[in-house]
Ligand binder design. Structure first.
Ligand code: F6R
Length: 588
């Protein structure tokens, strides 16, 4: 989702801005823009589509500071005009925004009444005119931005470049913003990736804080206008090349990387897990929570806590937390799962739980994210940047961490480590050209289908959901997952001749239920596809996968990830950037 960059320092300003945007490309965007302060005013260029080489038509050589933005359209179509930054009518300043101004119609009506004319349907233009309007009375440019910001409803982070005061003013509320201190200058960004290798220390801008970059850097409280002195922190983030390393897409690279990332996610010592194990022991209610794929990982973590640690953990969806709030209190523990640590729905649920004094544990991939900073027990999945919009390695890393936690609680830390290492070996053997060929053989069987179903049960209940989501996201095909137990309660009406039905089978007590379910759909004409270690007479097609034992959920989701990838590429879809999707969902 939208990304913000601000830069003041040495080097060619527009190059620095474009490089920053490129490092945030993975967040998802449909247009982009760059503004830089030059001797002759503000240079502004906006483009639709991919940043690609990032070439601007006439980049100024004398710019001293600038801002840039990647836009994921909300209000107004994907056009050059709607892209950010947006300039004030007098050309004095430009604004870029990440978020949604929920009261923009009301503000627009007020501004129209006092004479402002709107060129675009964006909510950002409302902010531009509002700042301009406030400037008429405010004591300073910073004050005008602050007062305008206080009028905005919703979660918004904005960055403004002003010609007259030669300053950048940024305000955060909701969408993340971090300021990197460079040897000579500063770099502001929506996440830490653009700062890696450039800034040794950072200042995380908190909600309702304002930062001014001019000759100096100063911080203010948005509500009171008072000066703040936030702490600088060391940025423990190694610069990692964002490179496909010979793979056609990040998705395939990240799927294959799972042979290593599952081990990284478990690279916690028993001692490091002790505080959370103690919190689990003392908790009255244990909930796990996330959104999308992360909610399925949260479900799997709760499953491990129930079946291995014998704790009554319960999975919640972040966007459905409200009805639980009356029951939350300080004796409860919420384990929050997120790749980015910035998902708006998830953060909102956490903040609501924190009001009820619920303790927060988190498993997050992005270092320095909001979620890990507000957690009582922050843990990291350590998978490296996940660039593909569609989550793969973060999902399996979160699950491995949950397994390790449950096993540690049950006093089986060493055994868990052994099993995780064995899983890594199985994955290494699995990721061979032979496997890819077997999976690709399914393409002609599925490419023309409109509907596809997945059945799982027990440990594979969430594997089914995650597999179906991967296919939906990359193949744009209607794909639903059900527990095998659900079939006869209504779902079976959907089966007709030729309907593909996947069955995900582990070597466990649910295997027979799955086989019966597959037999039943097959008797009604379905084409059954078994994802299982062994072939079976009830499978029309078999996708062989290793028996992953305790971690079978991982060896069974991997072929579904691969199928989603190969099918998407075959159909001409870009699996790294599925249509309409953004990576970091920082608005609701
Ligand atoms: C699916 C996917 C999304 C995210 C969800 C939460 O492939 O990536 O469903 O899992 O938007 O994002 P995070 O994990 O960043 O909180």
């Amino acid at each position: 989702m939208c990304g913000i960059i601000g830069f003041k320092g040495q080097g060619k300003v527009t190059d620095q801005l474009v490089e920053g945007l490129k490092r945030m490309e993975y967040r998802g965007y449909d247009s982009w823009g760059v503004a830089a302060l030059t001797k002759n005013g503000i240079f502004l260029e906006k483009k639709v589509g991919a940043i690609g080489e990032g070439k601007l038509s006439r980049p100024p050589a004398d710019a001293t500071m600038g801002i840039a933005h990647t836009r994921w359209a909300t209000h107004g179509g994907v056009t050059q005009e709607n892209a950010h930054p947006h300039a004030s009518s007098d050309g004095r300043f430009v604004v870029a925004q990440n978020g949604i101004v929920e009261n923009y119609l009301e503000l627009k009506a007020m501004l129209t009444k006092v004479g402002y004319q709107f060129k675009t349907p964006t909510d950002t233009e409302v902010i531009v005119h509002l700042i301009h309007h406030r400037l008429k009375q405010a004591s300073s440019f910073r004050e005008a931005v602050r007062q305008a910001f206080l009028k905005l409803a919703g979660r918004n982070t904005i960055i403004v470049l002003d010609q007259q005061t030669k300053s950048i003013v940024a305000v955060r509320n909701g969408s993340p913003l971090v300021l990197g201190h460079l040897p000579k200058g500063v770099l502001l960004a929506s996440d830490t990736l653009p700062l890696a290798g450039k800034a040794e220390t950072v200042t995380y801008i908190d909600d309702m804080q304002l930062v001014v970059v001019d000759g100096d850097v100063s911080f203010y409280d948005v509500k009171t206008g008072r000066t703040l002195h936030p702490k600088r922190q060391k940025l423990d983030l190694v610069e990692q090349k964002v490179d496909k390393e010979g793979y056609d897409h990040f998705m395939l690279k990240e799927i294959v990387e799972q042979q290593h990332t599952v081990v990284e996610a478990a690279s916690y010592s028993e001692k490091e897990l002790v505080p959370l194990v103690a919190a689990l022991k003392h908790a009255r209610n244990i909930y796990t929570i996330g959104s999308g794929t992360a909610s399925y990982a949260a479900g799997q973590v709760a499953y491990f806590l129930r079946t291995i640690a014998l704790l009554p953990a319960q999975e919640l969806r972040a966007y459905e937390v409200d009805s639980y709030l009356p029951f939350f209190d300080s004796h409860d523990l919420l384990i929050v799962v997120s790749q980015s640590g910035e998902t708006a729905d998830t953060l909102e649920a956490v903040r609501k739980a924190q009001i009820e004094r619920v303790k927060i544990a988190s498993i997050v991939n992005m270092i320095g994210s909001t979620l890990s900073r507000i957690s009582d027990y922050p843990y990291f999945s350590r998978s490296g940047p996940e660039i593909c919009v569609v989550s793969t390695k973060a999902y399996t890393a979160q699950i491995v961490w949950g397994y390790l936690l449950a096993m540690t609680y049950a006093g089986r830390f060493e055994l868990a480590q052994k099993r995780i290492h064995a899983l890594a070996k199985q994955l290494k053997t699995y990721f061979q050209p032979k496997t890819f060929t077997t999976i690709k053989k399914l393409i002609p069987e599925l490419e023309k289908d409109q509907h596809l179903f997945v059945l799982g049960k027990g440990q594979h209940f969430y594997t089914g959901f995650e597999s179906a989501l991967k296919l939906k996201e990359t193949v744009y095909m209607h794909c639903e997952s059900f527990s095998a137990g659900e079939l006869k309660h209504g779902v079976i009406t959907l089966i007709k001749k030729g309907t593909p039905v996947f069955g995900i089978l582990g070597d466990d007590q649910y295997k027979n239920d799955l086989l019966v379910a597959l037999a039943e759909v097959r008797a009604r004409g379905a084409k059954t596809i078994g994802i299982a270690a062994e072939n079976n007479e009830f499978f029309d097609l078999h996708v062989p996968t290793p028996d992953g034992g305790d971690l079978d959920v991982i060896t069974k989701v991997v072929p579904c990830q691969l199928l989603s990838y190969f099918l998407a590429v075959h159909l001409g879809n870009n699996p790294d950037k599925p249509r309409n999707l953004a990576k970091s969902v920082t608005v609701k």
